[in-house]
Each structure stands twice: as C-alpha cells, then as structure tokens.
Ligand binder design. Structure first.
Ligand code: ADP
Length: 449
C-alpha cells in the first residue's frame, strides 16, 4: 500500500504553498505599483513575473493531484482491509462479539447470532451478562471488572442461556482493547458452544470410572477365586487321601458296587483338584507371583518324554502321535517343568479335539536366538473368529463339544501367560474340520523372573 503523503511530503507541500503565497503577495504589490500612473516599470515585466507564478502554481497543482491520488489509493486499500476483516469476522466458524468495557454488545457475527438465537438488530445494544445463566452472572460481572486490569482470559467455561431459554456450555476467550494510556475501550469476545465436548468429556470420565470399578471388581474376583480355591484344596486333599486309602487298603471289605463308588469319589476329587490347581496357577501367573527354576536341558529330549507320557491317551483314540526334530539336540535354558506344562496343555488339547488322523510335534531352532515348538493336529479345527477368544480364561469355543470333551477353558490362558512371561509368543492357525496348528516361540535362554 502507498504511504499517503508522509510527513516529509506534506511539509514540502506546505512550504511550496507558502512560497507561492509570498510570490503572489509580491506580485499583487508590484501589480498595484504598475497600475499606478507614476510607475515606470514596463508592463511586460509584470506579465513575465505573473507567468512564472502561474507556472509554479501549476506545479503545485500537480503535486496536490498526486497527493490526492495517493490518498484515494490508501483509502481504497483501507476499505479493502476493512472489508476483509469484516468478512473474516462475519464468516468465522466461532461466535465473535465486540462489546464496550461494561459488556454492552456493539458488533456480533453470524455464528454469535446463531448461538444466542436472537436477531442481530436486537442483539446489538444488549449486555452480554444477560445471556449468562443467572446463577453465574455475578461471577461474570466480576470477570468484566477484572478485565480492566488483566488483558485477556482464555477458554473460560460458563453456561449460557439463549433467548429462547435453551442452555449451552460456552467457552469464552476475551481480549481487552486498550488505549495507549491503558484505558479499556472495547472487549473482543470469542464464544464457542462446547456442550458436545463437555458431554463427551463427561462420558469419558464415566467410562474411566467404570473401568476402574471393573478393574477393582476383577481384582476382587481374582482374590475370591484364589481364597476359595485354597479353602477347597485342603478338604479335597483329605477326601482324595481317604478314598485312596480305602481303595488300596480296605477294598476287599467292600462289595464291588461300593468300590466303584469310592473310585468315582477318587476320580472326581482328582478332577476337582486339578481344576483348582489350574485356577491357582493362573491367578499366580496373572499376578506374576511365580518364579522360574532355570536349568539347562535338551528340549528334544523333553518333547520325546512328554509324548511318551501321553501316548496312552492317543492310543485310546487310535491317533498317530509322533515328533519331528530339526536338529539332533536343542539345548536351552528355561524352567523345565513349565515348558513341559506348555507341551502337555497343547498336546492334551490336540488329542482331545482330534478323532482321527494324527497329532505331531515339531521342534526347530526357529528365528535367531529362539526355539519353535509346533503342535499340529487333524482335529475339529477352530473358526478364525475365535482365535483370540480361545486364549482368554474360561473361554471355550463350543460349549457342547467341549462339555463332551471335558476341560475348564484355562489351559490356553495358562499357556499364553507362561509363554509371555518367558518372553515368547504363541499363535494359532486352523481350518474348521481340517485341524489346528499351535506355534510357541521361546527364547533359547530366558531371563530369570
Ligand atoms: P479347555 O481345553 O480346557 O476347554 P483351553 O483353554 O485349553 O481349555 O482351550 C480353549 C478352547 O479352545 C477349547 O475349549 C476348544 O474349544 C479350543 N481348542 C483348543 N485347542 C484346540 C484344538 N487343538 N483343536 C480344536 N479346538 C481347540
């Protein structure tokens, strides 16, 4: 934008005008003399002086024109600026208001009109506090007073009430416009409806509260299950002990049907005890209350041994159970009993959920620094949608089939928790009706817990 007649230009112009004025005075004086009968100066000299004066006047006229031109350009630029500001103000996505220092509205934009639900012509002249919820008006007025000393306030949340009585949560940002001497001449307000945001925040807080409650409930449930299991274990061990004693030492004294009853007591007791032990184990694993007893051993040997221990189960179902080893021996450092527990869980599932075909364990070094144990079967398979679910505690894919197969739904949860504590991973691949493959990857050397 051209600077309209700066001070220097203006002073020059004034000086020029003064010079011309002087010259005209002189000219007028000389003309007066020339017209007097006693004058002896030739008339032509006056004429030439006059023409010089006219020339200068012309120059000045040009200068004035130039100044006028600059002024009008500057005015136009100012007008464009003002228009742009007005557009920004008018079409801003938030409500904007300008008030005097008492909160009397002088200007409002479109969004502010929509928010306060009152026509612009009625809004101008009203005081902003009248739109603040009644119980907050005093606080609002004290803010107005404070704005005399502080210059701005950001994102102040206060309830507003529209002309038709609807309430909304407003966030206000206000800036005081001050004179050089520090007097407030206007206040510029930014008004936003944050009702939705506040509702979302409230929902979020509620969800967080519920989450904490759930976590607490989960902790209590765990505690209850652990205490209950401990309480049950003692009498159950006694029942098992006594029924075992009866079977071994006094079985001749009972008729066969009573012996069968005692056998059932013993079997059911054993089943219950293993369930309780699983529950306690899982609860210890979850709260990391376990310790690994690390030792150096050959994984191949452990797999072969476990397979032999389970062979009677697979034979009952006429399944082909075998192992494949990628290397001659695979020495690792881990808790032998816990690795065996993983193997037993996976193998017993594979045998349980396979009616014909084979169950195979492959052992290989896997990725660098790892070993992989793959347990594959040709059983009923698992739907992909259930891949995550099966690793959750007490979750069984199909209650009817699993009821028929037995189980508690804790085996895979324990296996996963153990694998993760060892710094490994477990994954599953399966096709319904064709079989499943569980892969456990463990570090060669695990860190002690
Ligand atoms: P449980 O075997 O005691 O029911 P798990 O946690 O070991 O509990 O297994 C959870 C569920 O995952 C099983 O009930 C079964 O539905 C499914 N599942 C596990 N292993 C297999 C498998 N090899 N083939 C088919 N389904 C399986």
């Amino acid at each position: 934008m051209t600077e309209p007649g700066n001070i220097h230009d203006r002073q020059n112009l004034i000086q020029h005008l003064e010079e011309v004025d002087q010259r005209f005075n002189q000219l007028y004086q000389t003309a007066d003399n020339a017209l007097s009968p006693s004058s002896d100066t030739p008339f032509s000299e006056y004429l030439s002086a006059l023409s010089i004066a006219l020339e200068e006047l012309k120059l000045i006229e040009e200068e004035v024109c130039q100044h006028n031109q600059q002024l009008s350009e500057a005015r136009q630029a100012l007008e464009t600026e003002r228009h742009r500001y007005q557009e920004l103000f008018e079409f801003a996505p938030d409500g904007y208001l300008v008030t005097d220092k008492y909160g009397k509205i002088q200007e409002v934009n479109r969004v502010a009109v929509e928010l306060l639900k009152i026509e612009k012509r009625y809004l101008v002249g009203k005081v902003l506090p009248s739109f603040v919820a009644e119980e907050h008006r005093n606080v609002f007025r004290s803010l107005l007073l404070q704005l005399q000393s502080i210059n701005q306030m950001r994102e102040w949340e206060i309830p507003f009430v529209t002309r038709d009585g609807a309430r909304f949560e407003a966030a206000l940002t206000v800036v005081a416009v001050k004179t050089e001497s520090g007097d407030t001449i206007a206040l510029r307000w930014l008004l936003r409806d944050v009702t939705n945001r506040k509702q979302i925040e409230e929902k979020f807080r509620k969800i967080q509260r519920q989450n904490l409650e759930l976590l607490e409930a989960d902790r209590l449930k765990e505690q209850f299950i652990a205490t209950m299991s401990h309480e049950l274990r003692t009498p159950l061990t006694a029942i098992l002990g006594f029924s075992d004693l009866l079977l071994r030492q006094f079985h001749r004294q009972f008729p066969p049907h009573q012996t069968r009853l005692i056998e059932r007591i013993f079997e059911n007791g054993r089943h219950l005890l293993s369930l309780i032990e699983d529950i306690l184990d899982f609860s210890d694993l979850r709260s990391k209350r376990i310790e690994f007893r690390l030792e150096v051993f050959d994984l191949n040997e452990l797999v072969a041994l476990t397979i032999e221990e389970m062979r009677s189960l697979s034979e009952q179902k006429k399944l082909d159970l075998h192992a494949q080893f990628a290397t001659a021996n695979l020495v690792i450092i881990n808790d032998r009993a816990r690795v065996k527990q993983i193997l037993v869980n996976l193998l017993s599932n594979a045998i349980k959920f396979t009616d014909s075909g084979l169950v195979c364990v492959q052992v290989s070094p896997g990725k660098p620094g790892k070993v992989a144990i793959v347990v594959q079967d040709t059983g009923i398979g698992i739907d992909e949608a259930d891949f995550d679910l099966i690793f959750q505690e007490f979750r069984q894919v199909n209650q009817t089939t699993t009821r028929q197969h037995g189980g508690t739904g804790l085996g895979l949860a324990i296996t996963k928790a153990l694998t993760q504590l060892m710094g490994g991973e477990i994954s599953v691949q399966s096709t319904l009706g064709l079989g499943s493959t569980f892969t456990v990857e463990l570090p060669m050397h695990i860190a002690p817990l």
